[in-house]
Design a protein around this ligand. Sequence first.
Ligand SMILES: *Cc1c(COP(=O)(O)O)cnc(C)c1O
Length: 373
Amino acid sequence: MHIETLAIHSSHHPDPATGSVAPAIYLSTTFARRPDGELISNFSYSRSGNPNRTALEAAVAELEGGSAGFAYASGVGAIFSVLQTLKPGDHVIAPADVYHGTRDLLKEKAGWGLSVDFVDMDDIEKVAAAIRTDTRLLLVETPSNPMLRITDIRSVVRLARAAGARVAVDNTWPTPLFQRPLKLGADYVVHSSTKYFGGHSDVLGGVVVAASEDETTQKMREQQWTFGAVPSPFDCWLVRRGLMTMPVRLRAQAESAGKIARYLQSHPKVSQVHYPGLPDHPNYAVAAGQMEGFGAMLSFQLDGGEFAAVRTAAGLRLFTQATSLGAVESLVEHRYRVEGETSRTPKDLLRVSVGLEHVDDLLADLEGALRKA
Ligand SMILES: *Cc1c(COP(=O)(O)O)cnc(C)c1O
């Protein structure tokens, strides 16, 4: 079946007890046993498992083509659970421009005994050079944030296999609609479901999908129970509902993003546009070879520098200045100012999350703001 169909029907059936078409929200923290002490269902206590969470985990695992899904209270929580499968002394390779929350997490974790190297992973030679005998995990984020660089997942997988390391891909931006890392050989996919899965800026969540069941998935299952960073039933319900429209939302958003990228590219005040769907993007061939579509995130740089970028963001009416991405409303962000002094982001850059508004209205908004900037 196609992803649009799976997004609706995976682990989603009318309730046999009531006929309810929309799933119930199971707030119950505990689940009854029969007189003989046996559980009535597989559920016993909501930290170890809850019907809303199980349905979400199964659906995301199916969309990604994996064998097990684990939902967490945030995307960072999901990434953390993958790191928790590593032992002190293990070496991790992560992208130099990795999501800043993941960077903080890895730096913190280096304190518990992980060693980490941040590498420009769109350059596969650099990845190869960074591999050590104790490398256990290569974390990939593609397209990257906010420069939209593309890492060749197949090549990273080949290097990791040879080194006996695993590969985790943060698939938050492309989603399984546009990219299936497990099919390309990755071991794990991680998601911030706060973004396109939820899709409405109203729920925080994260999911890990593993390609196959092994000792690490057993660890993740234990972590949900022992560390307890699980999402609430209502949060799971919201993400599961968001998933139903995710493919059609993102397809429409990506189409608009392509149009906006081409518009910006031809604008005299714009010096550079970063969008992997543009044929002159430096990694276009790799993107076209591993993605089914190019997503709805883009960034661009202005000839007028930081001042022009800030002025443009301020002049937009439909693009809200806010962190985050992937929802129905378009967002714009001056990443340098948000990330602060240590940021590697160019000061003249704006990052855009293209929403579901009519593209002509978005283009008119950009035109107006750029004229004034
Ligand atoms: C937002 C984001 C995260 C973190 O997710 P939270 O749900 O905010 O914890 C991780 N990776 C990427 C690529 C993101 O965009």
